[in-house]
Design a binder for this molecule. Structure first.
Ligand code: SF4
Ligand code: MG
Length: 275
């Protein structure tokens, strides 16, 4: 265990800053297990994060890592992938980071189908800045900035990803870890823009503000609300209300952006401009 810890983690940077019972460590562990199962060369992996509790993960991981600015992880990751198409580029981002300030980067990375894997630590709140509601906070839920209940509607990040052009889209949770690892493996192996919506828990803010009890109770809540894609297909929209649908939503083989760009370079070098 110690050997594995030292291989994949910067043990000099531990212990981590996350609160007891936080779901972030489970997702970070799932990412590392997926990479280990795939036997990827660590020097060929680059992990990029934005700002937020989840984005601290890059500080603890022993890969090529870049901890960037709020919402901009995908912009940096795009530059890295364009300059080094052979790297496996993985973005770790929070729901606020990815779906609010980073929303446009998310849409356009999906549209381009650039070969980047985005893993969203989705705990329905901005944790690091003390519990403001995010676009993933459900309507009616409480947050530091919604003491009378959130009146904004949340949206489905997986549906957005698919509509914008992502070619592998799935959702897992911190309760279903073996499945989460498998989904991450598949996303990393996919040639194109892949998204894993990883449902997480923030006991400190979302949990306390919504009186959800202990971290264990929050995990049990995820277990009880989760339904598979197959089961969901048989349920009405009313029956699906408030449920967490888990599994693979979409998979498609489509031209990947850096490969398309390589063709442009080839044309430019051969002087075959259309004029
Ligand atoms: Fe985790 Fe929430 Fe604590 Fe941040 S504030 S470390 S998301 S429990
Ligand atoms: Mg969050």
């Amino acid at each position: 265990m110690r050997k594995e810890l030292e291989k994949y983690f910067r043990t000099d940077k531990l212990p981590h800053i996350w609160c007891p019972g936080c779901g972030n460590g489970i997702i970070m562990g799932a990412v590392v297990r997926a990479i280990d199962n795939l036997k990827l060369n660590q020097d060929k992996v680059c992990i990029v994060s934005g700002i937020g509790c989840s984005s601290r993960a890059t500080g603890y991981l022993n890969f090529n890592t870049l901890h960037t600015t709020h919402g901009r992880a995908l912009a940096f990751a795009t530059g890295i992938k364009m300059a080094n198409p052979d790297l496996k580029v993985i973005v770790l981002t929070g729901d606020g980071d990815c779906s609010a300030i980073g929303g446009n980067h998310f849409i356009h990375a999906a549209r381009r189908n650039i070969d980047i894997t985005t893993i969203v630590f989705n705990n329905n709140i901005y944790g690091m800045t003390s519990g403001q509601y995010s676009p993933m906070t459900p309507k009616g839920a409480y947050a530091t900035t919604a003491p009378y209940g959130n009146i904004d509607r949340s949206f489905d990040l997986c549906k957005l990803a698919e509509a914008a052009g992502a070619t592998y889209v799935a959702r897992g949770t911190v309760y279903h870890v073996p499945q989460l690892i498998k989904l991450i493996e598949k996303a990393i192996n996919h040639d194109g823009f892949s998204v894993i919506d990883a449902v997480a828990i923030c006991p400190t803010y979302f949990g306390r503000k919504n009186k959800m009890g202990s971290p264990v109770a929050m995990m049990e809540n995820i277990r009880d609300l989760s339904v598979t894609v197959k089961t969901a297909a048989k349920l009405s929209s009313q029956e699906l209300s408030g449920k967490i649908v888990i599994g693979e939503f979409y998979e498609e083989s489509a031209p990947e952006y850096t490969k398309e760009y390589a063709k442009v370079i080839e044309k430019a070098q051969g002087g075959t401009k259309n004029e």
